[in-house]
Design a protein around this ligand. Structure first.
Ligand code: AMP
Length: 176
C-alpha cells in the first residue's frame, strides 16, 4: 500500500465540523497508528531530504505534530507559528483574511536566522491562507521559504496556486 492509500484508509472524515458544510479531515486515527506515523515522517524525509532545509516551521496546532518529528529526522531546529497572544517572547505578527473576519499569527523574533531556508509544515492545505501567512512571517525575518509540506491537500480549493508565490516545492502526501 502506498503512503497516500494508507492515509486515505486511516484519516477520519467528520461531516459538518466545526460548522455546517465542512468535511473535517481528522488525523487523530493516524496518530494512533505508530507504524503509519513513522512512515509519514519517513515519506516527508524521502521527498524533502535532498533540499537544503535549515529549519521547519509548524503551524498551530496540528502542524506541531509531524513538524517536530520531521525537524528531528532532518536534524534541524523546529519553530512554532502560533495564534496571537500565545508566545511569551518578542514576536512578529501577520494578519490575514478568513472566510469571516481576520486571524493574526505570530512567531518569535529570534526563532529563525537571516537567510535560512525554511520549510513550512501543516497537517492540511485548504485555501492556502494560513500557509501563506506563515510564509510572510518567514520573509519578515529575512529568511527564505524553501518549500511546503502537508499530509493532506484539498486540491479543489486551489491553495497550491497561492503557495507558488513563495516556492514551487509543495509536497502533499495525499491529495483529494
Ligand atoms: P487554509 O488556510 O484554508 O489552507 O486552512 C488550513 C488550516 O485549516 C490548517 O491548519 C488545517 O488544519 C485547517 N483545515 C482547513 N480545512 C480543513 C479540513 N477540511 N479538515 C481539517 N482541517 C482543516
Amino acid at each position: 500500500m502506498t503512503i497516500s492509500e494508507a492515509i486515505d484508509n486511516t484519516i477520519r472524515e467528520v461531516p459538518d465540523f466545526p460548522k455546517k458544510g465542512i468535511m473535517f479531515k481528522d488525523i487523530t486515527p493516524i496518530l494512533k497508528d505508530v507504524d503509519l506515523s513513522k512512515q509519514i515522517t519517513e515519506a516527508f524525509v524521502s521527498e524533502l531530504g535532498s533540499m537544503e532545509i535549515d529549519a521547519v516551521v509548524g503551524i498551530e496546532s496540528r502542524g506541531f505534530l509531524f513538524g517536530m518529528a520531521l525537524a528531528h529526522s532532518l536534524g534541524v531546529p523546529f519553530c512554532m507559528v502560533r495564534k496571537k497572544g500565545k508566545l511569551p517572547g518578542d514576536t512578529i505578527e501577520h494578519a490575514y483574511d478568513l472566510e469571516y473576519g481576520q486571524a493574526i499569527i505570530e512567531m518569535h523574533k529570534d526563532a529563525l536566522e537571516k537567510d535560512w531556508n525554511v520549510l513550512v509544515h501543516d497537517d492540511l492545505l485548504a485555501t492556502g491562507g494560513t500557509a501563506c501567512a506563515a510564509a510572510e512571517l518567514i520573509n519578515k525575518l529575512e529568511a527564505n521559504v524553501i518549500g511546503f509540506a502537508f499530509l493532506v491537500e484539498l486540491s479543489f480549493l486551489k491553495g497550491k496556486d497561492r503557495l507558488e508565490n513563495y516556492s514551487n516545492n509543495i509536497v502533499s502526501l495525499k491529495t483529494y
